[in-house]
Write a protein that binds this ligand. Structure first.
Ligand code: PHE
Length: 471
């Protein structure tokens, strides 16, 4: 285990280690659970097109800016930002951008682990179903034979009604996250990414082929890619797409600054960031191609939102060949993706706490994981006992329970605010010689990046913030 405050000396073993870990952090519940539900609720095609535009024009420039700050500063996110500010003759108060992001990452972790706990439960549910289908000699049949659609969908409310089980799953997922992060950047975070990410990609491709071959592929493709200009210009669809791009690329959460600091000085950050963004976006779209054909084939609603993955999809597996086995693999894949993201969410604050309070990595992770678990209990209980508890019943938080508040506070306020500050800082404040010589691009591409970071990103992100706050 690393000594206290040794973050700067830790690092990825290679450029691919960095790419896999950062892609692992980006690819998560955001791609598999949030993207399909957002696309479903926002009308499909128009949302998808705008999402891709947002990733390219806004997400990618900010992603490059964040990794750049980290790699220049080589410390935890706050320290790295201070170093860049100091080297640019600017106020170190700019490190607030990392502080806000880190708080956002920590708060996301509190509820991310709750949802990932549901995923663990569904792995168990499908594993049990695989066993019973083998016993009944019906392995090739659909999932949950003999259960009605309502009974299948009731597995989620049944979980919500069982607090020890729900909190137990939340605790289990958090414990696994803490264990990985405690083992260090190279020995824990990079190691699981190197094993889990390739496995994840194989599973995703396999399940997608299965889904396109056996499900309603035509309907799903039409839904995801149909171009409807009338919907494209709707501000709420545009803003939903921009918010989703941010969450999915892990931007504004101090996380890419933290991971950037572990990158070698020779790594080309522009091409690396492009690979990460391209992989993340492809996974979101492929996840749509895996999920929607199955849901359409079963004739269920595509706009069921957050419960799409936990209620609609399992019900859909009933009509699919080898449904229990595929369902089991599907949730296993979601778990892998969620774990490589949750370790990133924990690593950002851990790196800072180790340095700031001079704590050993193991102590810092157990402490932060424990606090995140405790706060997360309030999010878990938001699905039953505390469903009607509205602790901040004003403005955008009106009518929201604890889970909703944490989601809104991070997604609509903290992440966009941190990303806005990153864009202004890199676009206007940081020394250009410093940012420009370390990013690995030149010529027209470089000019374009500068323009996007200085102008388009602050304006667009400022717009999500204002719109998000107004309502
Ligand atoms: N990008 C992750 C996902 O898509 C979530 C995340 C956000 C992870 C911010 C780290 C930091 O699930």
């Amino acid at each position: 285990m690393a000594a206290a405050g040794a973050t700067a000396t830790e690092g990825w073993s290679s450029r691919w280690g960095f790419i896999l870990a950062a892609t692992g952090s980006a690819v998560g519940l955001g791609n598999l659970w949030r993207f399909p539900s957002q696309a479903g609720e926002n009308g499909g095609g128009a949302f998808v097109i705008f999402y891709i535009i947002c990733v390219v024009l806004i997400g990618l420039p900010v992603l490059l800016s964040e990794t750049l700050i980290g790699r220049h500063g080589k410390g935890d996110a706050i320290e790295s930002t201070k170093v860049v500010a100091r080297d640019s003759g600017a106020s170190t108060a700019w490190s607030a951008l990392a502080g806000i992001g880190m708080l956002g990452a920590f708060l996301i972790l509190t509820f991310y682990s709750v949802i990932a706990g549901w995923v663990l439960y569904y792995i168990g549910l499908f594993a049990g179903d695989v066993v019973s289908s083998v016993q009944n000699g019906a392995v090739l049949g659909g999932a949950f034979q003999g259960q009605s659609l309502e009974q299948i969908q009731d597995h989620l409310p049944a979980l919500f009604a069982n607090n020890p089980l729900m909190l137990g799953m939340h605790a289990l997922f958090m414990a696994i996250t803490v264990y990985v992060v405690a083992r260090g950047v190279h020995g824990g975070i990079e190691k699981i990414a190197v094993y889990l990410m390739p496995t994840f990609f194989l599973l995703l491709i396999g399940i997608t082929i299965y889904s396109l071959a056996t499900g309603a592929a035509g309907e799903a493709l039409g839904f995801l890619f149909a171009f409807d200009p009338a919907r494209l210009l709707k501000p709420d669809v545009m803003l939903a797409a921009l918010g989703q791009a941010f969450f999915s690329l892990s931007l504004g959460s101090a996380m890419m600054i933290t991971y950037g600091a572990y990158a070698d000085r020779k790594t080309n950050l522009a091409s690396t960031s492009t690979i990460i963004a391209a992989a993340d976006t492809s996974v979101a779209i492929i996840a749509g191609l895996a999920i929607f054909p199955i849901v359409f084939a079963a004739g269920l609603a595509v706009d069921s939102g957050p419960t799409l993955m936990f209620q609609t999809l399992p019900a859909s597996f009933q009509t699919m060949p080898a449904g229990s086995f595929i369902g089991f693999l599907f949730f296993l894949m979601v778990f892998f993706a969620a774990l490589t993201s949750s370790v990133a969410l924990l690593e950002a604050p851990t790196a800072w706490v180790m340095k700031r309070f001079n704590l050993a990595r193991g102590v810092a992770t157990v402490l932060l994981g424990g606090i995140a678990f405790a706060i997360g209990i309030l999010s878990a209980l938001s699905f039953n006992l505390l469903a009607d508890w509205h602790p901040l019943n004003f403005s955008i938080f009106e009518g929201q329970n604890f889970f909703d508040i944490t989601d809104t506070l991070t997604g609509k306020i903290l992440l966009p605010l941190s990303a806005l500050l990153v864009a202004v800082f890199v676009g206007w404040i940081a020394d250009k010689r410093l940012t420009d010589h370390e990013n690995g691009i030149s010529g027209g591409l470089h000019q374009t990046w500068r323009f996007l970071v200085a102008w388009l990103c602050p304006l667009a992100v400022g717009a999500i913030l204002v719109y998000g706050l107004l309502g």
